[in-house]
Design a protein around this ligand. Structure first.
Ligand code: ATP
Length: 217
């Protein structure tokens, strides 16, 4: 992304969030984004996923220029190539853990959606919670469902917003190992927003966001 400016209009005026932010992530590599609360880290992930559009600047993911794609093209691109682990999970309350993970595969008409989703939920340690609904799951369990959903279609770009933020040390380590193993196997690009040094240390590249500006570390 180059020369990105982003602001949000609100009733009490415009909030400037990103100010001339530029970032290059080598394909197939790992990047940690750190920085204080409110500095614009989540906004950066929303831009990289095409869920927000910048006021100014250009975002290229592989050969795709996100600014040239309409919302349908972006949705198709996301369902094929992108995995996102949101800070607040965004699970569908009316679907079980298994339903939440397999729905995107089913919508995309992919084969063996249920079997692949079951295997991914097993990999995040939730084989005993397949039929539970989000309200019946703990925060950490919901986070692991969200991780399974983000990984199940083997995305080439995975964006994680504090992906282990709700997990105890041991479970967090297991999930991180899974994320980095899958990244290695599939040569995907991994971008993680984190306050956790353990997570940042595992990444090849690190940037710090401060008041809407990016600094390489
Ligand atoms: N939809 C919105 N409308 C108005 N302001 C917003 C909106 N979303 C975010 N902001 C503001 O933009 C700034 C950056 O928010 P963002 O969520 O990107 O920060 P962050 O670095 O991810 O924070 P945290 O570490 O607390 O999650 C904050 O000041 C926030 O209040």
């Amino acid at each position: 992304m180059s020369d990105i400016h982003l602001s949000y209009p609100t009733e009490s005026g415009t909030v400037a969030v990103l100010n001339n932010a530029s970032l290059t992530i080598p394909p197939g590599e790992t990047l940690a984004i750190t920085g204080p609360s409110g500095s614009g880290k989540t906004s950066l992930l929303l831009l990289l996923s095409g869920l927000e559009r910048p006021d100014q600047g250009e975002i290229l993911v592989g050969s795709r220029r996100l600014g040239d794609m309409d919302s349908n093209a972006l949705a198709d691109w996301r369902s094929e190539h992108l995995g996102i682990i949101f800070q607040s999970f965004h699970l569908l309350p009316g679907l079980s853990a298994l339903g939440n993970v397999s729905l995107p595969l089913e919508i995309a008409g992919q084969a063996h959606a249920r079997e692949r989703s079951t295997a991914m939920l097993e990999a995040v340690g939730l084989s005993h919670r397949l039929q539970h609904y989000p309200t019946q799951l703990s925060g950490g369990e919901q986070q692991r469902v969200a991780i399974a959903r983000a990984l199940v279609h083997q995305p080439s770009l995975l964006l994680g917003d504090e992906p282990t933020g709700n997990l105890d040390h041991k479970t967090g380590e297991k999930i991180l190992t899974l994320l980095f193993d899958l990244h290695k196997e599939s040569k995907s690009t991994l971008v993680l927003v984190t306050h956790d040094e353990r997570v940042a240390e595992r990444c090849q590249h690190r940037v710090r966001m401060d008041a809407g500006r990016l600094h390489a570390l």
